[in-house]
Design a protein around this ligand. Structure first.
Ligand code: FPP
Ligand code: K
Length: 480
C-alpha cells in the first residue's frame, strides 16, 4: 500500500495518541456512545502506559541462552512484531478502561458475516473445508453475542447435500465423508438448532459410518483407510455425545470381527499412549506433543466420563500440567502450540481451553489468564476486523473463532458439576452435560464490560444452550 509506514516505536506512539487532540475530538464526535470515556482518553493512556510497561518488564524472562539458532532468531523477530502491540495501540483502536484495545465486536461480526458469503474462484481449493468455514463463522458470531437463528434454513440446506448416503459428512455434494467435516457440520447444525436441523442428520447411517472408523487398537481413523489420530477419537465422541448415538458398535463394524463391542473399547488406553515424554499430547502414539491434539485428547477423555476420573486415570497429570503451563509465551502472554515454537492466537483456545478440563481433574491452573487476554485484545485483533495468529497476519474465520473461544474461557469460570442439567446426560457419553459457568474469572481483569465474549461450552465449543437443547431432543426420541 502506498505511503504505508512501519509500526512506530511504542512509547512515541503512545505520546502521539495522547497529544493527538484532533483524533480525540473526532472520536468523541463520531461515537457518542463512548464520548464521555474518550474525553478522558489522554488520561487513560497516560495511566496505563506505565502499567503496560511494568507488565512487559515483569514478563520478560530474566534468563537468556546466548546460543543463537534459527529458532531463537524467529522468536526474537516475533517479539519485535508483537511488543509494539502490547505496549501501544498501533491499530488506533478505542481503548477500554484498562487502557487496552476494546473488543472490536462489530468489525469482527462483519468479518464473519463476510466469511459466510461467496468466495472467489481461487478459493475452490478450500471446498473440502466448507463445513469448517461455516462452523468457525457461526461459533464466532455466537461468541460475539449474535443470534444466528435467522440463518437456520441456510445452514440446513448447506449440509443436506454434503451428507453421504452411507453416513457422515463430506465437504460438499459428492465428496467422501470425513470425520473433521462431520464434526464441523454437526456442530453447525446443533448451533442452528430446531427440529428441521436435528432431523436433517441421518443418525442411523452416522452410527454405521462411525462404526467403520473404529480401529482394533482403540482409536479412530479420520476417513475410511485414512489416518488414525486423536482428532478422530475426539470428533467421533463429540458427534456421538451430542446426537446421543448408541455406544454399542453397529453389527457391520469391522472392529466387531476382532471381539470389540463398543466404541469405547481400548479407547482410553489408546489416548493414554498419545501422551509424550514431554507431558503433552500428540496426534498418535510416538508423535510430537501439540496443543491442538492436547485439547482433542482432554476433550475425548472428558466425554468418556467425568474428567475427575478419566483424566487422572489415563494421563500423567503432573507431567501434562508442566507441559501445558510451558505453552504460555512470555512476555507475549499468548500460547504457542509446541516446544520452541511461536505464539499464535489460535492456541488461545487449543491450549487455553485445556485449562478448565485440567482444572476439573487436578484443581489447579498454572496459567495467566490476564496475560492471555492482553495478547488477544492487543495483538490478535485485525484493524479491519477478524482475529489473527499474530500482528502482520491476515484475519480468517479459524483464528477469529479460536481467539474468541480462548477469550471466553479466560473470562468465565467453566466448572464440572454433576448436578448440572439434571434432566439430561445421565446415559451414555453424558459427562459433557455436567459443565456450567460458575461466575467470572476473579483475577486481574484487563477487559472492560463491553469486551465480554459469551459463555462457550468447554468441550463442544458451541453455546451451552445449543448443546443441551440437541441432547435433550435426542434423549427424548426413541430409536433413530
Ligand atoms: C501445526 O501446524 C499444527 C498441528 C500439528 C495441528 C493442527 C490441528 C488443529 C489445529 C485442530 C485439530 C482439531 C480438531 C477438532 C479436528 P504448524 O507447524 O503450522 O504450527 P506451529 O508452529 O504452531 O506448531
Ligand atoms: K447432567
Amino acid at each position: 500500500m502506498a505511503g504505508q509506514t512501519s509500526v512506530p516505536a511504542p512509547s512515541s506512539r503512545l505520546q502521539e495518541i495522547v497529544s493527538d487532540s484532533n483524533r480525540i475530538e473526532e472520536l468523541s464526535d463520531t461515537d457518542n456512545e463512548y464520548a464521555d470515556e474518550y474525553e478522558d482518553v489522554g488520561t487513560v493512556v497516560d495511566q496505563h502506559e506505565a502499567a503496560n510497561m511494568a507488565y512487559i518488564n515483569s514478563m520478560i524472562s530474566p534468563i537468556r541462552d546466548s546460543l543463537e539458532t534459527e529458532t531463537s532468531i524467529t522468536q526474537d523477530e516475533t517479539l519485535a512484531v508483537v511488543l509494539p502491540f502490547l505496549e501501544g495501540n498501533p491499530n488506533d483502536f478505542l481503548l477500554n478502561t484498562f487502557g487496552l484495545p476494546k473488543l472490536q465486536r462489530e468489525k469482527h461480526a462483519a468479518f464473519l458475516h463476510q466469511a459466510l458469503g461467496d468466495y472467489p474462484a481461487q478459493m475452490a481449493a478450500m471446498d473440502a473445508a466448507r463445513p469448517w468455514l461455516v462452523y468457525w463463522s457461526l461459533q464466532g458470531l455466537t461468541a460475539l453475542g449474535y443470534d444466528i437463528s435467522d440463518m437456520r434454513d441456510r445452514i440446513v440446506e448447506t449440509f443436506l447435500p454434503s451428507q453421504h448416503p452411507d453416513g457422515g459428512y463430506g465437504g460438499g455434494h459428492g465428496q467422501l465423508p470425513h470425520l473433521a467435516a462431520t464434526y464441523a457440520a454437526v456442530l453447525s447444525l446443533v448451533m442452528a438448532g430446531g427440529t428441521t436441523a436435528y432431523e436433517s442428520v441421518n443418525r442411523k447411517s452416522m452410527w454405521h459410518y462411525l462404526g467403520r472408523m473404529k480401529q482394533v487398537d482403540g482409536g479412530f481413523t479420520m476417513a475410511p483407510g485414512g489416518e488414525e489420530d486423536i482428532r478422530g477419537a475426539f470428533c467421533a465422541l463429540v458427534v456421538m455425545s451430542l446426537l446421543n448415538i448408541p455406544l454399542d458398535l453397529p453389527p457391520d463394524a469391522p472392529a466387531r470381527a476382532h471381539g470389540m463391542t463398543t466404541f469405547l473399547d481400548k479407547l482410553g488406553e489408546w489416548v493414554s499412549r498419545c501422551q509424550t515424554f514431554e507431558g503433552g499430547i500428540s496426534a498418535a502414539p510416538g508423535n510430537e506433543a501439540h496443543g491442538a491434539y492436547a485439547f482433542c485428547g482432554l476433550g475425548c477423555l472428558s466425554i468418556m466420563g467425568p474428567p475427575t476420573e478419566t483424566l487422572n486415570k489415563y494421563f500423567d497429570m503432573p507431567l501434562l500440567l508442566h507441559w501445558l503451563s510451558s505453552r504460555q509465551c512470555s512476555p507475549e502472554g499468548g500460547y504457542n502450540g509446541r516446544t520452541n515454537k511461536l505464539v499464535d492466537g489460535c492456541y488461545s483456545h487449543w491450549v487455553g481451553s485445556c485449562w478448565p478440563l485440567v482444572e476439573a481433574a487436578v484443581g489447579k491452573e498454572v496459567s495467566n489468564r490476564s496475560a492471555l487476554a492482553r495478547y488477544i485484545l492487543s495483538a490478535a485483533q485485525h484493524k479491519k476486523g477478524g482475529l489473527i495468529d499474530k500482528p502482520g497476519k491476515r484475519a480468517d474465520a479459524y483464528h477469529t473463532c479460536y481467539n474468541l473461544a480462548g477469550l471466553s474461557a479466560a473470562q468465565h469460570k467453566n466448572v464440572y458439576d454433576e448436578a448440572t442439567a439434571p434432566d439430561i446426560g445421565k446415559s451414555e457419553l453424558g459427562a459433557p452435560f455436567g459443565w456450567k459457568v460458575d461466575g467470572l474469572f476473579e483475577g486481574e481483569r484487563v477487559w472492560g464490560d463491553e469486551d465480554f465474549v459469551e459463555e462457550v461450552h468447554p468441550i463442544f465449543v458451541i453455546p451451552y444452550q445449543a448443546a443441551e437443547d440437541c441432547r435433550r431432543y435426542f434423549e427424548a426420541k426413541e430409536g433413530f
